[in-house]
Design a protein around this ligand. Structure first.
Ligand code: SF4
Ligand code: SF4
Ligand code: SF4
Length: 388
């Protein structure tokens, strides 16, 4: 087992580490937690101190946001190494601290069971048109479960799906929805649970193959990154073209098929690390949000936060692990940046960003100082669209 891990250290360029500490200096976790250091963790890995790493709380604190990879002068893929270390730790009987007592991990594992009966589409309003076979499939993700699980947060993460399908219908498209869709497995893989991740990938791809889509659309950046990066890495072939809804909507705006009216409120954008640093998608969400804004529009338009694009700050929790005071500090800092940008609306392109940032605003003091309306990008687009 260690031989596998030693090989992974080599493949992720771990041996090229200069110990310069740049990773630690840009890491959002290190910024708010003095004890956390990717440089030190990598040094321990290179020296094969695996047992110490497996027992370290901080193995599960990494947000896998790839910011360190972005800045590393030696091309070390620390994020990939973290995934390998977690899988080995899990196999050796070690685990991190799951948020919500592991309920979300349990939910994903339940979905990996072969003969599972779900009422997966009961959220779908009667007036939305969907189909069972077609060229365009919309992968819903776990939003139907999130909205039930987080009732205290009064979330509507399903708005992203409803708004996306409403826009698709207006463009003459009835998307395929899978009645037996399962969790994409993204979080389980980043938790080190490779076996259940593979079961979920296999199940989803089998279900999708029956419907024969040419394109798969996603509102969740993590689902898309699972299909685009993680499924092929684990030997699963995804035959359809993959697009985040922001890419699809930007294309439709550029081709003139979708017209937007001006934004009623100044808006800013939270880059999800999966959409940005993991898949390099930065421009399309911005083009949608900035569409129609101009100097002469009373100052209403698109505003960047202090840290944006490839330098963006994460939403503070990844794969439902180690949510703690550091997570809250990161989220508060991000909400502060949103407020200071001059925006009154924060656009998100991933339901997880929405959940964690809304959760942070449940703190009365945070809400009083930095409270801001948060909506997903399809819902914002729908609100501004001139639909026929
Ligand atoms: S930035 Fe790269 S080279 Fe520098 S300490 Fe971190 S991993 Fe090593
Ligand atoms: S992936 Fe993100 S959270 Fe993890 S060490 Fe790198 S910068 Fe820090
Ligand atoms: S930020 Fe809130 S919703 Fe997110 S993991 Fe922590 S407690 Fe759960």
């Amino acid at each position: 087992m260690n031989a596998e891990l030693i090989e992974r250290i080599r493949q992720t360029n771990g041996l090229a580490c200069l110990e310069c500490g740049k990773c630690t200096s840009v890491c959002p976790v290190s910024t708010f937690s003095r004890q956390y250091s990717p440089r030190i963790m990598l040094a321990k890995a290179v020296r094969h101190h695996f047992e110490a790493i497996f027992q370290d709380y901080d193995l599960w604190s990494c947000l896998t946001c790839k910011k360190c990879d972005e800045y590393c002068p030696s091309g070390v893929h620390f994020t990939e190494l973290i995934r390998a270390l977690r899988a080995s730790a899990k196999r050796s009987g070690f685990d991190g601290k799951c948020s919500h007592s592991g309920a979300l991990q349990s939910l994903s594992r339940i979905m990996a069971a072969e003969h599972l009966k779900q009422n997966r589409l009961d959220w779908l309003p009667n007036d939305l048109k969907t189909t069972q076979k077609g060229d365009i499939l919309y992968f819903v993700g776990c939003a139907p479960y999130f909205d039930v699980f987080f009732t205290d947060l009064e979330l509507q993460t399903l708005d992203a799906a409803r708004s996306s399908i409403r826009i698709l219908n207006a463009l003459g498209i009835s998307p395929v929805l899978l009645p037996n869709e399962r969790c994409c497995g993204h979080d389980l893989l980043w938790n080190g649970d490779v076996e259940n991740f593979k079961r979920l990938a296999e199940h989803n791809l089998k279900e999708i193959a029956r419907t024969g889509p040419k394109t798969i659309l996603f509102s969740c950046a993590e689902c898309m990154s699972a299909f685009k990066n993680l499924y092929p890495e684990h030997g699963f072939t995804v035959k359809a073209e993959l697009k985040h809804m922001s890419q699809f909507l930007a294309e439709k705006i550029e081709s003139g098929e979708l017209e937007l009216g001006p934004s009623a409120r100044p808006v800013t954008y939270q880059d999800p690390c999966r959409l940005g640093r993991h898949m390099g998608i930065y421009g399309e969400p911005r083009r949608i949000l900035a569409e129609g804004s101009s100097e002469g529009n009373g100052g209403v338009g698109f505003y960047e936060m202090k840290q944006s694009g490839s330098r963006s700050l994460c939403c503070g929790v990844s794969a439902w692990m180690n949510c703690d005071t550091t997570s809250k500090a990161i989220q508060t800092a991000r909400l502060k940046q949103a407020k200071e940008s001059g925006a009154q609306l924060l656009a998100v392109a991933c339901p997880k960003c929405q959940i964690h940032l809304v959760c942070a605003m449940k703190d009365k003091k945070v809400n009083e100082s930095y409270g801001i309306d948060i909506q997903d990008i399809a819902t914002i687009t729908l609100g501004r669209a001139k639909l026929k």
